[in-house]
Write a protein of this length. Structure first.
Length: 140
């Protein structure tokens, strides 16, 4: 079996690049800087299903991503979650939160409809995040 990205993740996000284990994807929701890590492992729905080595790698990637996003976007709080109720494929959300954002202090899920980036905004956001992650990001 080969890794295949779940169609919902493909539809709702854009590839920024890859870390050693995971795809790094930008959610197409301009209300929040929101990045996903999707470990490229076939059939994995839960973190505990990863090998010990992959779990450690995912934690390292998540901490690196969260730190870079928090700094880049001056976050009040980073929300990090692997929920998977709607999309079973393992993916970890990294959402930059502000006390002034439209869902604060509640979680973002189910609060408001997604607001896709307009025009060139999505490419500008991808480039900004790529630059912040460049020391560990592969673009292939």
């Amino acid at each position: 079996m080969m890794f295949e990205l779940h169609p919902a993740l493909e539809a709702d996000s854009v590839l920024i690049g890859r870390f050693k284990l995971s795809q790094v994807r930008l959610m197409n929701d301009a209300k929040y800087p929101w990045v996903l890590l999707v470990p490229e492992r076939e059939g994995v729905t839960e973190i505990h299903q990863l090998s010990a080595e992959d779990r450690a790698q995912l934690m390292e990637e998540s901490a690196f991503l969260a730190e870079k996003l928090a700094t880049l976007f001056r976050a009040d709080k980073m929300n990090i979650a692997a929920i998977g109720n709607m999309v079973p494929q393992l993916h970890v959300h990294h959402i930059v939160r502000y006390k002034t954002d439209p869902a604060w202090p509640a979680p973002v899920w189910g609060k408001l409809p997604m607001k896709p980036y307009a025009g060139k905004e999505i490419q500008q956001m991808i480039e900004k995040i790529r630059d912040a992650l460049k020391e560990r990001l592969f673009l292939k």
